[in-house]
Design a protein around this ligand. Structure first.
Ligand code: PLP
Length: 377
């Protein structure tokens, strides 16, 4: 029997986050606007210190979005048309699209059962045949096997970059999310575990000269407006209003993560063992941040339609592989069986820290009702 309380569940509710801490957020915004410094400044610097610390890095350079973070990083590393870059075939488009701007050649790789770039699928590529990098992404917040990835890249002279857009608060085998490789890019877009009321991103690294280059490239390639531009840069200075709100949000991050975990636990308890429905597989030795709760099933489209009629908003991550995007047509020359299966079968259920117990119960009831109905057919 379906719950008689709540009759819907939304995918994202930053309005609830705002209402919960309304005074704190408004005070922070008001102080920034009154200060007159609405881009960069103290709030951005404070945010960078906190982000560096939480990702176990010496430096953080905040930029306007996670996509910009990758773009700025590729420029700072000098990755250009001479480079090959290994990237997972299954991730958000922006894991790979900045490579096209850099002129680098993307080499797509299938993913493993945890939706991570599958090292066994890389083949013979190494840095000895020309400069080579690898971008790994801890998809859906699932921690990566960082020790295996690091030694794989070190043995082959491959420069390792982490797309940590979904990894804030996750733990890889032996690093926090954002702690892997030469540098990691982060996103604080509204759907992320540390959400901005707008867009913001960051690059985190232990490499001080790289951090200096990143700071210049995010601001027209100059180290300060009085200095000459020594490298082609961007205008990707982050908003001080956004940073001030993120600084408030950071205070409640751990609390929100506990709530994500509690909801995931409830889904896991309810759905494990349900015939035909696979719950997310969390890699042992790592900790997920439950950025997304993705189930897989054959009748994915039917479940999505059923939940939609029940006013439960779900999403598909991702309906197309990155190499299937028309912009990558010239780089799509093989199949990616695991990625294709995931893209056909995965459905992301609502999991955000502002869902009420009733709403979570309603999602559980509806998913179980659909699965029971399938068994009777
Ligand atoms: C894996 C991944 N990479 C990169 C990005 C890009 O981040 P942003 O949306 O902040 O530009 C995202 C955002 O959804 C992402 O999930």
């Amino acid at each position: 029997m379906l719950s008689t309380h709540t009759q819907n569940a939304r995918f994202l509710q930053l309005d609830r986050e705002f209402e919960e801490h309304r005074e704190r957020y408004l005070d922070a915004v008001s102080a920034v606007i009154s200060s007159g410094q609405v881009v960069g400044g103290d709030e951005v610097a404070r945010f960078e210190v906190e982000i560096a610390e939480r990702s176990g890095r010496a430096h953080a350079v905040a930029v306007a979005s996670g996509t910009d973070a990758m773009q700025v990083l590729l420029a700072a590393l000098g990755i250009d048309r001479d480079w090959k870059v290994l990237v997972p075939a299954y991730s958000f488009l922006a894991t790979a699209s900045p490579l096209l701007h850099a002129g680098a050649k993307p080499v797509f790789v299938d993913v493993d059962e945890h939706c991570h770039l599958d090292l066994l699928d890389v083949g013979e590529i190494s840095g000895e045949d020309g400069p080579c990098a690898m971008v790994v992404a801890g998809l859906f917040g699932n921690g990566l096997d960082s020790a295996a990835i690091e030694s794989f890249c070190a043995e082959r002279d491959i420069l390792l970059i982490e797309d940590a857009a979904q990894s804030f608060g996750a733990l890889h085998t032996d690093h926090p999310g954002g702690g892997l490789g030469i540098a990691s890019t982060m996103s604080f877009a509204p759907t992320k575990t540390l959400p901005c009321f707008g867009n913001m991103g960051a690059v985190v690294t232990d490499d001080a000269p790289l951090a200096e280059r990143l700071r210049a490239i995010r601001c027209h390639g100059r180290a300060g407006s009085a200095n000459p531009a020594l490298i082609a840069g961007y205008n990707s200075m982050p908003s001080a209003v956004g940073a001030a709100m993120l600084n408030v949000s950071l205070e409640f991050h751990d609390q929100r993560q506990l709530r994500r975990q509690a909801i995931a636990d409830r889904y896991n308890r309810a759905f494990s063992g349900v015939l035909g429905l696979a719950i997310p597989s969390v890699r042992s030795g790592s900790t997920t941040n439950w950025h997304k709760y993705v189930v897989t099933l054959d009748r994915r489209d039917d479940l999505q339609a059923f939940l939609g009629k029940s006013r439960i908003v779900t999403q598909i991550h991702y309906p197309r592989l990155i190499p299937e995007e028309p912009i990558f047509a010239s780089h799509f020359n093989r199949s990616f069986p695991r990625a294709e299966r995931l893209s056909r079968m995965s459905l992301t259920l609502p999991l955000h820290p502002h869902l009420t117990d009733d709403e979570v119960g309603y999602v559980v009831d509806c998913v179980l009702a659909f699965c029971a109905d399938c068994r009777q057919q």
